[in-house]
Write a protein that binds this ligand. Sequence first.
Ligand code: AMP
Ligand code: MG
Length: 428
Amino acid sequence: MTQPVNATSTPPRAGLMALDDALAQLLAHAQPLDGEESVATFEADGRVLAHDIVSALQVPPKDNSSMDGYALRCADVRTAGARLRVTQRIAAGLTGVPLHSGEAARIFTGAPMPLGADAVVMQEDTLLLAHENPEGVPQVQVNAVPQVGQWIRRSGEDVTLGATVLQRGERLHPASLGLAASLGLAHVRVSRQPRVALFSTGDELVMPGDVAPEAMPAGAIYNSNRFFLRALLHRLGCEVSDLGIVPDRRDTTIAALKSAADQHDLIVTSGGVSVGEEDHVKPAVQSLGALNLWQIGMKPGKPFAYGWVQRDVPGRAHFIGLPGNPVSSLVTFLLLVRPFILQLQGAQQVQPVRLTLPAHFDVTKADRRREFLRVRRNDQGGLDLFPNQSSGVLTSAVWGDGLLDHPAGSVIQKGDLVSYLPFADLWS
Ligand code: AMP
Ligand code: MG
């Protein structure tokens, strides 16, 4: 195997902007939004914490049993077979009384340890004797010699009082919601949701449901971008206004942008940012603010636009124009818009996770653009390549489970270590 290929070592084709430069420029504009809100911990999945969370208690609060069994004093069980009097029963939610020498407490998982006990013996290692001793107290025979501390979960072993458990800028996920709840938090303070207006451009687009497949006119295609873009925005914690399909006319495009700017932090469009005559987005945004049309040295996804639209009220809305080809739209969203939106929310970690894995295929033809190949992990721990890498083939992104970041001007030989970005992370 060779060393991992350096993803940015090759300069892009002349006239194209390097993806890393485009991302840096984009992030330079992504000032975190003002404002935070309190949301129910139940509803906070995927949101970004606005403050550190400091624990006001110990978790667990008290030493407790991690087994169903008997709490006892190890000094009483020097040899297997020792018998102890069972003087109390402590279920989860109850508290016991101090345990004296010669005594055991029947105890259940999660129940607090009684004072004086220093170990738990699991019930499988004991025998409850049916007969009772003369005092009327049942006895337990302990068949394994315990070690001090065994099967005890210590107070604070998860979280200590005063510890910073979750940090400002962290994105909450299911386990962090559980952890916040374990500290007694019914609500958490998070950055406010970015308000995003989404619209598609293109007269060829038809919404699924509006026209049946057999009745589709020649030249028409269904609007697929709208579906994944909206889902991705929701997953990133955005409040989305779906403004539908804007006809390929300058006046309608201007009207749509103008009304969206006042109410939104960001306007995202797909299509219409190539340099064709039917691409009206560029002049429309320019007439309302500013637009930079970038030709990024990446494949799929060369055309990409960033700019802003002036509001009637003071301020501006960000504008991002994605390419129309579905895979280009998807990949540019994942690599550029996702970090931008996370940074708007003050997230600390905006770059995707990368893994180094062996390619189990060859790429013999070098491309002059940095490519993001749709690949899938196989059972041998390597990556397989989807055969059709065309920017219109969405099947590649459904079959694939991630992107292989393939530097411009290089080839891949089977066994080469490559840089892989899992979709599992990119679309969370
Ligand atoms: P454009 O960037 O507008 O030139 O579009 C490039 C290609 O992507 C064309 O083949 C369009 O028909 C297609 N396309 C544009 N928008 C969408 C969309 N929302 N859903 C599916 N395909 C699209
Ligand atoms: Mg178009």
